[in-house]
Design a protein around this ligand. Structure first.
Ligand SMILES: *Cc1c(COP(=O)(O)O)cnc(C)c1O
Length: 510
C-alpha cells in the first residue's frame, strides 16, 4: 500500500519545456503599429461601399485598439497560453461533481462534419432534416436512459435545465389554478438549486440530511404540506451517496400534489443501472457536458437537456422537434399554447448534441452501463486506498465520488486549500474543495471511469505523500504550489484589488 516514500513530486505535464518559463505579455502588449496578419482587399477597390451606411449604429469613429500582430505572433501567443493551462487531455482532473471525463475525439470529428458544423440557425426545416433527426434521436435515447417520456435539448447548461424544469413545474401548478411557492431542498444540494428557485419566484426551503448523508422520509414528511411546489433532489447526492429512499419520498410529495425535480448532474454514477423516471422523478436535467462527454471547464459551451414525464409535456419549451407520419421532422412553435416559451435565441448548443449522440452510439447500452460501473469502482478504489491517511467523511460504499476532509491533519495547520494547491505540484488538477458544505473543509474527489488503475495509484501516492509532508514538513504544503508557473497567489489582494481589464496606455499615463 505504500508507494509514497518513493514517489517524488514532478512538475505538471508540459511544465519546464520551452515557453512555460517565458513571461507571456498580453496580446495587446505585443506587435507593432501597422502590423497585421490579415489581408483584406484595399478600400479603394469598393468605391460604392459606404461603411458608415453599411454598419449604421455599429460604425465607430475612433480606433478599436485591436492588437496589431502578425499571424505567427497571434498563433504563438495562444499556443503558449494553452501550454500554461491544465486540461483533461493533460492529466487526471478529479473535480468532484463536475465529471471531468475524457472526451473521445471521434465526437469532435462528428461535430465538425460540414452538414452539422455549417448549418445556419435560420435554415428551413426541409433543408436540415438530418440535423432534426439527430436531435429527435438524441431526445429518444436520453428519455430511454432516464426513464422519462420526453426531453428538450434547449437548455445551455445544467443550471439552465434546472431553471427550465422549475418553470415547467410552476406552469403545471398554475394550469390547475394553484400556485404553491415552496421547494424543499436538502442541504447537500448544489448551489444552483436554490438559485434556480429564486429565478422562478419560488422559495427554496432547505432541510438537513441525516448523519448518514441521505434524506430520510420520516424527517421530510412533516415538511411536505399543500404549499409545496416540489422537492428538488440530487441522486446520487453531492456527498456521493445514493438516495435509497427516493421512491418513498416521491410518493409522499405526489400525495400532496407536489412534483419531484431530480438534479441529474450525477447521472454518471447510475447510467444504465437505474432510471430516475422509475424512482418517481417527474422532471430532471442532464448535463451532456458531464455524463455524455461534451467538453467543459473552459473548453466549450454546455448543454443541460430537461427530461420530463408526460404530465409536463404541454409546458415544454418551444420549439419542439416533431416527426409526422411521412417521417418528416419539423420545429413546432405554434401547437403549444401552454409552453413556458423559448429558453434562448436559436435552438440549442447543437455541437454538444452531435457529440453526445456520437458518444451514446459509440458505447451503446452495454458501454454506458460499463462506464457508470467503472466510475463507481474507481471512486471506491480511491476511498479504500486513501482511508488510512485521510478521514473519509462517510465511510461506506460510495457512488461515483468520495468526500475526504482535513480532520486527520488538524494539528499540522495544513488546510484543505493547501492540499489542493500541493496536488498541482504532482500534476493533478485539485478536487473540488469546501463543497459539499455539509462536510467541513471537504475535498470532493470524482475520478470518473476514464482513469486507469495506474493514474489512480499515482493520485493515491501523491495524496499520501502530502499527508506525510503535512506531518513532517508542513511548510512545503502550506507554501505550495512550487512547480507551477505562478506560485502561491495573494488571494486577499486578488479579491480586493482585482485587475480584470487591460486599458490602452494614455498619453498622460506614466
Ligand atoms: C454541475 C452541477 C450543476 C450545474 O450544472 P452547470 O452545467 O454547471 O450549470 C447542478 N447540480 C449539480 C449536482 C452539479 O454537479
Amino acid at each position: 500500500m505504500d508507494g509514497s516514500s518513493t514517489y517524488a513530486p514532478s512538475a505538471p505535464a508540459g511544465a519546464g519545456t520551452l515557453g512555460m518559463e517565458l513571461e507571456t505579455p498580453l496580446i495587446f502588449e505585443q506587435g507593432a503599429p501597422g502590423r497585421s496578419g490579415a489581408s483584406l482587399p484595399p478600400r479603394e477597390g469598393f468605391p460604392d461601399v459606404d461603411p458608415q451606411a453599411l454598419l449604421g449604429a455599429a460604425y465607430r469613429e475612433e480606433s478599436a485598439h485591436l492588437p496589431e500582430v502578425s499571424e505567427p505572433e497571434a498563433f504563438r501567443h495562444y499556443v503558449r497560453l494553452s501550454r500554461q493551462n491544465f486540461a483533461i487531455d493533460l492529466g487526471m482532473y478529479p473535480l468532484g461533481s463536475c465529471t471531468m471525463k475524457y472526451n473521445p475525439k471521434v465526437n469532435e470529428w462528428a461535430a465538425r462534419l460540414p452538414g452539422f458544423g455549417r448549418i445556419h440557425p435560420f435554415a428551413p426545416d426541409a433543408r436540415i432534416q438530418g440535423a432534426l433527426e439527430l436531435v429527435w434521436r438524441l431526445e429518444q435515447a436520453l428519455a430511454e436512459i432516464c426513464g422519462m417520456d420526453r426531453v428538450s435539448l434547449h437548455p445551455a447548461a445544467g443550471a439552465h435545465g434546472e431553471l427550465a424544469g422549475l418553470m415547467m413545474i410552476r406552469a403545471y401548478h398554475q394550469a390547475q389554478g394553484r400556485s404553491p411557492r415552496k421547494v424543499l431542498i436538502p442541504d447537500t444540494a448544489h448551489g444552483t438549486n436554490p438559485a434556480s428557485c429564486a429565478l422562478n419566484g419560488l422559495e427554496a426551503v432547505p432541510f438537513p440530511v441525516d448523519e448518514a448523508g441521505v434524506v430520510l422520509p420520516e424527517q421530510l414528511a412533516p415538511l411536505i404540506t399543500d404549499d409545496i411546489a416540489a422537492v428538488m433532489i440530487t441522486n446520487p447526492n453531492t456527498v456521493g451517496l445514493f438516495e435509497s429512499n427516493i421512491k418513498e419520498i416521491a410518493d409522499l410529495v405526489h400525495a400532496k400534489g407536489g412534483l419531484v425535480y431530480g438534479d441529474g448532474a450525477n447521472l454518471n454514477a447510475i447510467m444504465g443501472r437505474g432510471r430516475p423516471g422509475d424512482f418517481g422523478i417527474d422532471v430532471m436535467q442532464l448535463n451532456l457536458h458531464k455524463t455524455f462527454t461534451t467538453p467543459h471547464g473552459g473548453g466549450g459551451p454546455g448543454c443541460g437537456p430537461v427530461a420530463y414525464k408526460q404530465i409536463l409535456d404541454p409546458f415544454a419549451p418551444v420549439p419542439v422537434v416533431e416527426k409526422d407520419e411521412s417521417g418528416q421532422f419539423r420545429l413546432d412553435y405554434a401547437g403549444r399554447p401552454d409552453s413556458v416559451g423559448r429558453l434562448r435565441s436559436f435552438h440549442m448548443n447543437f455541437g454538444m448534441v452531435v457529440r453526445a449522440y456520437t458518444y451514446i452510439r459509440e458505447l451503446g447500452a452495454e458501454g454506458l452501463t460499463r462506464a457508470s460501473e467503472l466510475a463507481v469502482l474507481n471512486a471506491n478504489y480511491l476511498r479504500a486506498r486513501l482511508a488510512d491517511a485521510w478521514h473519509v467523511a462517510y465511510d461506506r460504499v460510495c457512488m461515483h465520488e468520495v468526500v475526504l476532509n482535513d480532520r486527520k491533519l488538524r494539528e499540522t495547520g495544513v488546510t484543505t486549500m493547501d492540499i489542493a494547491k500541493r496536488l498541482m505540484d504532482f500534476g493533478f488538477h485539485p478536487p473540488t474543495v469546501y463543497f459539499p458544505l455539509v462536510v467541513k473543509n471537504a475535498l470532493l474527489i470524482e475520478p470518473t471511469e476514464t482513469e486507469t488503475r495506474q493514474s489512480l495509484d499515482l493520485f493515491v501516492d501523491a495524496m499520501n505523500q502530502i499527508a506525510k509532508e503535512a506531518q513532517e514538513a508542513p511548510e512545503i504544503v502550506k507554501q505550495a504550489p512550487h512547480h507551477t508557473r505562478l506560485k502561491r497567489l495573494d488571494e486577499a489582494r486578488a479579491a480586493r484589488k482585482p485587475v480584470l481589464r487591460w486599458r490602452p496606455p494614455t498619453a498622460d499615463a506614466d
